[in-house]
Design a protein around this ligand. Structure first.
Ligand SMILES: C[S@@+](CC[C@H](N)C(=O)[O-])C[C@H]1O[C@@H](n2cnc3c(N)ncnc32)[C@H](O)[C@@H]1O
Length: 468
């Protein structure tokens, strides 16, 4: 049942944009007016598909949490919510089942200091100077004979040097070998085997390297494809065969040094957060255990998250060069994630997630779920992706005992414009995201409704931490 309308719940006169019978919650989408890179400098460390802008998380962090509160994202992706929360003095907790997402989140909320990162980079440079010849010889042999039956290289994080016992651990996929100039490739093989992803400094450097692995400018280590995501391996093989493309020589240490310069333009977030690896269905329990182990408050007051979209993104496949560098198995990632559900299974999954979160939520917790509308399923138009937020409320959130504050629109103006242009078609034609705003209890719902009209300070970096 839809709760009674309260002052902040304004009917927008757009019944097709907010599912029938459900209240709209007017939160001005001011995040749309901010600069593309608004927020802490660590956010753009590496591109990540379907990430939301830091400014969007700020709209909720500023309204619905105070410094010292725990802010949780059970589907943290590249760590946007937990990083922005830490940058604003909250305890940001991010959980994701994708090890690549976990690495990016951990790098941002448990970062290396600039001194630590630069000291480690210098140590790597010095070691490289002594070992360059052996790695270059290995790289040239791989480039001459890549692929499954080709020359083998040390595993990621193995610390093994070429020629050492066990150093012939794995072959290099042809499409990986095609991406780099020989010396760049040799340096990458060296760095890949040297970095330990369970060490916070090495993890920070590894995450920074994933951000410069490929892209179309001199700041990137390979120019074979754009930065956003990896082109299909077959496309890369065909493209190189057809055009004879070779990537320009790039110095990994120089490019990483420049990347660190960009990342450290702003001080570290004042608060350290927590990055957890695991299924969102158990994120409540995992989060509570982790918070208690650190002696921190063990309830989250705010959740800002965007669950996986319906059958849209394959995080392993679209990041195969990054997963190779990190030593992760792209196929195993795609097999594990819940990105491939049809609607019924998806709603059941979200119901389980919301059920599992209850134990870690404070009584007055507010949840903002950004639900992306999906127009097509692998090229075929679908109708059930539209208005998904309403279905999530009815089939997943209400049965788990949450209270509905309302549905906010990601872009009210675009919605109005589309309605004018397309009339009744607007609901079906738009790619508008809807943000489902819930309270853990009635107290949370009231807090969500009462906080909606509060003004938000958009100055970044902020003059002082906001307390609402
Ligand atoms: C839309 S993305 C979130 C992006 C994030 N808001 C950001 O700004 O980067 C959804 C995330 O859900 C993760 N995911 C998929 N299935 C999961 C599961 N069962 N448990 C936890 N995370 C999962 C994916 O790895 C992906 O990072």
């Amino acid at each position: 049942m839809a709760p009674e309308r309260e002052p902040a719940q304004l009917a927008l006169g757009l019944p097709e944009l907010v599912p029938a019978g459900l209240p709209a919650l007017e939160i001005a989408p001011e995040w749309k007016d901010q600069q593309r890179l608004w927020g802490h400098r660590f956010h753009p460390m590496c591109s990540y598909l379907a990430s939301f802008p830091a400014a969007l998380t700020h709209a909720f962090i500023a309204r619905y949490s105070r410094p010292g509160d725990v802010v949780l994202d059970p589907f943290s992706g590249r760590g946007t919510t937990p990083l922005q929360a830490c940058a604003e003095g909250r305890i940001g907790v991010g959980n994701d089942l994708n090890p690549f997402a976990h690495l990016l989140t951990a790098a941002k909320v448990e970062p290396a200091s600039e001194a630590e990162a630069r000291t480690r980079l210098t140590a790597l440079r010095v070691r490289w100077a002594g070992e360059a010849e052996a790695w270059l010889t290995l790289a040239l042999r791989v480039l001459g004979s890549p692929g499954t039956d080709g020359v083998r290289v040390p595993a990621a994080g193995s610390e093994l040097r070429p020629g050492a016992p066990g150093a012939d651990a794995e072959p290099v996929p042809l499409e990986v070998a095609l991406c780099f100039a020989p010396r760049t490739f040799a340096q990458l093989l060296f760095v890949r085997s040297s970095l330990h992803l369970d060490d916070h400094v090495d993890r920070f450097l590894a995450a920074a390297i994933t951000g410069i692995l490929h892209g179309k400018s001199a700041t990137y280590l390979s120019e074979v494809m754009p930065n956003t995501f990896s082109m299909a391996p077959r496309y890369v093989r065909d493209f190189v065969a057809r055009t004879g493309f070779t990537s320009p020589e790039r110095d990994v240490f120089g490019c990483l040094d420049a990347k660190l310069g960009r990342l450290y333009r702003e001080p570290l977030p004042p608060v350290r957060g927590i990055a957890l690896l695991g299924d969102a269905r158990d994120a409540g329990d995992r989060t509570r255990t982790a918070l208690r182990a650190r002696g921190l408050p063990d309830r989250a007051r705010l959740v800002v998250t965007s669950p996986p979209y319906l059958r849209v993104v394959k995080y392993g496949y679209y990041n195969w060069l990054r997963t190779w560098f990190l030593g992760f198995d792209a196929n195993a990632i795609d097999a594990a994630l819940d990105d491939a559900h049809h609607k019924t299974a998806y709603l059941r999954f979200l119901g389980d997630v919301l059920d599992g979160l209850r134990e870690v939520l404070s009584d007055d917790a507010v949840l903002a779920l950004v639900i992306g509308d999906v127009e097509a399923d692998r090229g075929r138009k679908i109708s059930h992706g539209i208005g998904l937020a309403g279905a999530v409320w009815e089939a997943a959130a209400e049965p788990a005992g949450y209270k509905l504050a309302g549905i906010a629109l990601d872009d009210v103006h675009a919605g109005r414009k589309m309605t004018k242009l397309w009339g009744d078609e607007a609901g079906r034609a738009t790619k508008l995201d809807r943000i489902l705003i819930l309270g853990a209890t009635e107290a949370g719902r009231r807090r969500a409704v009462n906080g909606a009209p509060l003004p938000v300070d958009w100055e970044w970096p902020p003059r002082r931490l906001r307390a609402v």
